[in-house]
Design a binder for this molecule. Structure first.
Ligand SMILES: Nc1ncnc2c1ncn2[C@@H]1O[C@H](COP(=O)(O)OP(=O)(O)OP(=O)(O)O)[C@@H](O)[C@H]1O
Length: 422
């Protein structure tokens, strides 16, 4: 990947206008005319707001966000199917786009006729289509349906054929909207492999999807379109978590921010991601010779977040303060599901680790490696004990909470990895 910009958005704003009282029948038109109600009322929908970003040659960028956030609109702007209301968009190189199922297809024409039609819409010369026709059909696996009118195709079949044509254009930039959502698992895998081949050739791909595992698998960077049409552009894991936080945030006490926003001067108190148990007298005990200055979860890259994906590393960031010199402290944690079932209760002593000496503030981290948790809210206990694990300095029972989001459709609390030897 280079840093040569191939797509540049500069202060781009897109507003859609919907007519509130547009007459749809002749009768309505006549009544409006007679009543002199000629003025159409419009509602303005600001989909993208003053958006600026640069996409580099050879990178794969995913666009994510909730339904109606403006993902497809962004692709249509890059493809120049629509124009922005303000701002400028520069695109360098040839573009092939696969934006809507069946767009560019004529329902009454056969699969074969549509390959020629869609290929020419995408700018392929007739001879090129003829020379590559067999390859296109073979990739789509629709050999037996090429003489059938596409109006009799399923949406998956439409997408197979359109995807096959679009990838044979060999463009500099490929724009894809939810292509992996239709099609069966085998075809999705085949598309994924094809996209990896296209990536390896140094092409630029911009990819809209709700499937975060494909986004994670394919994308170098992500554009996340938030609630109000503003975007964030950056590292996939963090922005996927931000998206999940927007989707599921009301189900857990979600805090998500950059670590640099935390005041690390030792006396400041920063305790995030607390559960309903925090502060309840029965949930916190100990001789209080140690107190907690800071606590927050983060991902391995250091982004503060208590929403995690399945098997994503969870880091507990903890700052303790000892009120006098203490030796050989043991750190313990425990993980509970939402129904208070204890899932695991590891402690540092069992792993051969103790906090040798602490006489003031000390920052420690506990990394929970690739936890196989499925979906849901989980409670975490943090406890600091003496070497014999009898005297608690501080014990905070289920005082913190995190959420795990998993797109695997599985029942249970943990996901077991299986090899199916059939
Ligand atoms: N031609 C149009 N005229 C009016 N409003 C439109 C038009 N196209 C899109 N919109 C509106 O703009 C908003 C963004 O649409 P867009 O299709 O870009 O969303 P999206 O993020 O791709 O959503 P989804 O995940 O549902 O596909 C939506 O509220 C949609 O209703």
């Amino acid at each position: 990947m280079t840093t040569e910009t191939v797509i540049n958005f500069e202060n781009v704003t897109k507003v859609y206008r919907i007519y509130k009282n547009k007459p749809t029948t002749l009768k309505e038109k006549v009544i409006n005319f007679l009543l002199r109600r000629n003025k159409l009322e419009t509602i303005e929908m600001n989909v993208l707001k003053d958006v600026s970003y640069s996409i580099y040659k050879g990178e794969t960028v995913g666009i994510i966000g909730r339904n109606g956030a403006g993902k497809s609109t962004s692709l249509k702007l890059i493809a120049k199917i629509i124009n922005p209301d303000s701002g400028t968009i520069t695109v360098k190189g040839s573009v092939s786009s696969l934006l809507e199922i069946g767009a560019g297809f004529q329902p009454d024409l056969t699969g074969k006729e549509n390959v020629y039609l869609y290929g020419s819409i995408l700018g392929l010369p007739k001879k090129y289509i003829r020379d590559h026709y067999e390859e296109i059909v073979e990739f789509s696996e629709l050999n037996n349906f090429m003489n059938t009118p596409v109006k009799n195709y399923s949406s998956g079949m439409y997408m197979r054929l359109a995807f096959s044509v679009a990838i044979h254009v060999d463009p500099d930039i490929l724009l894809l909207d939810e292509v992996l959502a239709v099609g069966d698992a085998n075809f999705q895998k085949k598309c994924m492999n094809k996209l990896k081949e296209i990536q390896a050739k140094g092409k630029t791909i911009v990819f809209v999807s709700h499937d975060m595992s494909s986004v994670k698998n394919l994308c170098d960077r992500i554009i996340y379109i938030g609630e109000n049409g503003e975007i964030e552009f950056g590292e996939p894991d963090f922005l996927i978590n931000r998206y999940y936080a927007q989707l599921y945030g009301n189900q857990a006490n979600i805090v998500i921010q950059d670590q640099s926003e935390i005041d690390h001067s030792s006396e400041s108190l920063y305790i995030a991601h607390t559960s309903a148990h925090y502060n309840i007298k029965e949930s916190i005990w100990g001789n209080r010779e140690v107190s907690l200055n800071k606590f927050y979860f983060s991902n391995a890259e250091g982004y503060v977040s208590n929403i995690f994906q399945h098997k994503q590393d969870i880091v507990m960031n903890i700052e303790l303060k000892a009120h006098h010199s203490l030796q050989k402290l043991v750190i313990g944690i425990a993980l509970y599901d939402e129904n208070n079932n204890l899932l695991s209760g590891p402690n540092s002593k069992n792993d051969g680790i103790v906090l040798d000496e602490i006489d003031d503030s000390r920052f420690i981290k506990v990394l929970i490696k690739e936890p196989p948790l499925l979906n849901g809210k989980f409670y975490v206990t943090l406890a600091i004990y003496d070497y014999d694990c009898i005297e608690p300095f501080i014990h905070m029972e289920k005082c913190f909470e995190l959420m795990v989001v998993n797109e695997r459709n599985e029942l249970g609390i943990v996901g077991l990895e299986c090899d199916w030897l059939v």
